[in-house]
Design a protein around this ligand. Sequence first.
Ligand SMILES: Cc1ncc(COP(=O)(O)O)c(C=O)c1O
Length: 363
Amino acid sequence: MGFPGRVWAEVDLGAIRHNVRLLRRRSRAPRLMAVVKADAYGHGAVPVARAALAGGADGLAVATVAEGSELRRAGIRAPILVFGDLSPVGLRLAIRERLAVSVHSVPSARRIAASGVEVHLKVDTGMNRWGLEPAEVGEALRALGRPPEGVYTHLACADSDPEATRRQLETFDAVLAAHPFGGALVHAANSAATLWHPHAHYGCVRPGIALYGLHPAGDAGDPGGEGLRPALTLRSYVAAVRRLESGEGVSYGLTFRAPGPMLAATVPVGYADGYRRALSGRAEALVRGRRRPLLGRVSMDACVFGVDGDVRLGDEVVLLGRQGDEVVPAEELAAWAGTINYEITTGLNPRRVERSYADVQGS
Ligand SMILES: Cc1ncc(COP(=O)(O)O)c(C=O)c1O
């Protein structure tokens, strides 16, 4: 398997289908909206959206009109909801592309009212970031002048704080009870709530990170997360091997010093690819099925790993994902870099990291 590039991300579309099916089984809701914003969390929006729909997703969600438009241009006709706030230009494009839009404020309800576009009211139940205050919902409904097609909220800590989640859902339930939403599609559950908070499922779940087989709470001890299958493998190759004598340093700042004679393999991946500089001196990668330590700093285009005499020029290097019996999960890479798995895959630079798509059958 592979791609004859410098560094490439191989995405298993069978894993995406598997994860959608698994999440559907775990959900009480009749519908599932696959969140494919940010270029499907760095996995490639169009192929992932198609795989998610093939796996049983009923619709898609994106953050921006441009992301929705990309899916329409690729010929995807499924319902698409735009989460983000809209400029007037964005609204015109959303209407043309038949994207459903989110209403975050009373002025936005007024602007959208006459458009006939599909509308989902976003209610802020405690995250204090986006959405209508519960007390504004009545006014937004009056401004809209028609029942919205959907009403939703977003949970701030479904992965970490059941009590705060319960309070948000209580607030949401009170909003639902106070207004005539008719047949509107009600939704609240991100991946964590889809897996762990059935009360949040309502009519539709809205998972993102779990579609990609990544753990919503970033648990590196459970890389598959409840039977989820990670979809992305980041591969490169050994481009040079050199011998270091005792005391010789490696990469900028010479922050790593060889404790004795040893071999060092140069791999052409760096922070400009999204292999973050914060991994310096901490990460491990897989060569010939074994973990190898990153030596010194990650530079813009390359980094160096400690290896043994069994390693050859051209050997495949797995920076993220599985090789043989070993695996470097995104969650572990995130812990080394002091971030979250979401940022690891979304941070891959598509202008430099080539993508290839595998489709493991039977998935
Ligand atoms: C409104 C909304 N719903 C659902 C999701 C999916 O969240 P997750 O990736 O944690 O499943 C996101 C992602 O941030 C979101 O912004």
